[in-house]
Write a protein that binds this ligand. Structure first.
Ligand SMILES: [Zn+2]
Length: 70
């Protein structure tokens, strides 16, 4: 076992993750870019066309079948 806890804030590794973000000022909808969209997806909350963005997110193990076959 390898437990290295230098700094509590680094328990979860973070990485810059591609996301889709809603441009709506009153809407904070966003989604991970886990899917391959040929066109921009629309926000599930306000149906705005989402824009590509980036976010620092904790790295997660993606269990989506699409991600497993690379
Ligand atoms: Zn929205």
């Amino acid at each position: 076992m390898y437990y290295s806890r230098k700094r509590p804030l680094e328990d979860l590794p973070e990485e810059i993750t591609a996301i889709w973000s809603c441009p709506g000022a009153s809407c904070n909808g966003w989604m991970r870019d886990n899917f391959t969209f040929s066109i921009a997806p629309v926000c599930s909350q306000c149906q705005s066309e989402m824009v590509k963005s980036e976010r620092m997110l904790a790295t997660v193990v993606n269990t989506s079948p699409n991600q497993l076959k690379k």
